[in-house]
Write a protein that binds this ligand. Structure first.
Ligand code: AMP
Length: 299
């Protein structure tokens, strides 16, 4: 089955201690959409300006991504720029220029409205809600978010959370949302806000799922070298959702395996700037790392 992904479609300027890369293809929907495309057909909903390079459109197309929900309008593409410290867990946002996203209010083509799996990748919660309003009886809805929206759009975010099946957020965001310093007890508090499934990302330490059958812990793939972690979280959730949409049977069982596939795609994302490495990967590469992860976590 297919996945609809809404989120940012961006140009990213990324600096690490070793290199600077301006105006790469980025954005939560780009990372999540490419990650999901390894497993299922994907439609991306977003907007780009007239400065968006045609080669990036071709990159989406190379991954078979349906672009009927991607608008191109006059103006500047969303631009994000960030800088990493030597410890790449520390990142500073230098600029977020919304450009054409500032007034974006997508009207989904009718064919997209029936997509069964919906991934509300990181973008303003009001925009995530606007897309959800237009969906017709989706089978499973996952929302991702970031600290910015907890800071400036908490009321919108809380309204959205009530309407989704699963919420994905990182550990510091889980603490901020609940005021609880303990992530495990924070999970219960987040369930009370609505979602049946809560997934907390812990970067290089993996992720935790809390669902009706209890807890599940997914490992991160142990990497010797991280080139650029931008988009790792989006790749994780995209890979997870793509896998989920490709499977029949128990959602919870598939979510668990999907989280491990998500970890694998995220590990490839970290091996290059932007989407450079992820877009070279094959499904066979993914399966190989999945089996390695199975091996190193079995006991
Ligand atoms: P991650 O490293 O998983 O946090 O995701 C980084 C991606 O999020 C980059 O490709 C950015 O373009 C995108 N991004 C950064 N800030 C925002 C924002 N405020 N809204 C939507 N996307 C954003």
């Amino acid at each position: 089955m297919s996945v609809l992904v809404v989120g940012s479609t961006a140009l990213d300027s990324i600096a690490t201690p070793n290199a600077k890369n301006p105006r790469l293809l980025g954005g939560s929907a780009s990372h999540a959409g490419v990650a999901a495309s390894f497993f299922s057909p994907v439609t991306v909903v977003g907007v780009v300006g007239d400065d968006f390079p045609q080669r990036y459109i071709q990159l989406y197309q190379k991954h078979g991504i349906d672009l009927t929900g991607l608008q191109r309008i006059p103006g500047k593409t969303f631009h994000w720029s960030g800088e990493y410290e030597i410890d790449m867990n520390n990142r500073r946002t230098l600029a977020t220029e919304l450009g054409v996203f500032a007034d974006f209010s997508p009207k989904l083509p009718p064919a997209c409205q029936k997509t069964p799996y919906v991934l509300l990748a990181n973008i303003a919660p009001s925009l995530q809600a606007h897309v959800l309003d237009q969906m017709r009886r989706p089978k499973f809805v996952v929302a991702d978010t970031m600290d910015l929206w907890l800071n400036i759009a908490l009321a919108d975010l809380l309204k959205l959370i009530r309407r989704v099946d699963a919420l994905v957020l990182n550990d510091s965001e889980a603490r901020q949302l609940t005021g609880d310093p303990n992530v495990i007890s924070a999970l219960g508090k987040i369930h009370k806000l609505g979602p049946r499934y809560v997934i907390v990302k812990k970067g290089e330490h993996g992720s935790i799922l809390s669902g009706p059958s209890g807890l599940f812990v997914a490992p991160a793939y142990p990497l010797l070298k991280v080139v650029d972690p931008t988009g790792a979280g989006d790749s994780f959730v995209g890979g997870m959702m793509g896998y989920l949409a490709s499977q029949k049977g128990s959602i919870e069982k598939n979510l668990r395996r999907g989280m491990v596939y998500g970890s694998v795609v995220a590990s490839f994302c970290c091996a290059g700037f932007g989407l450079k490495h992820t877009t070279k990967v094959t499904r066979a590469d993914i399966e190989k790392r999945f089996r390695q992860l199975e091996k190193i976590t079995r006991f």
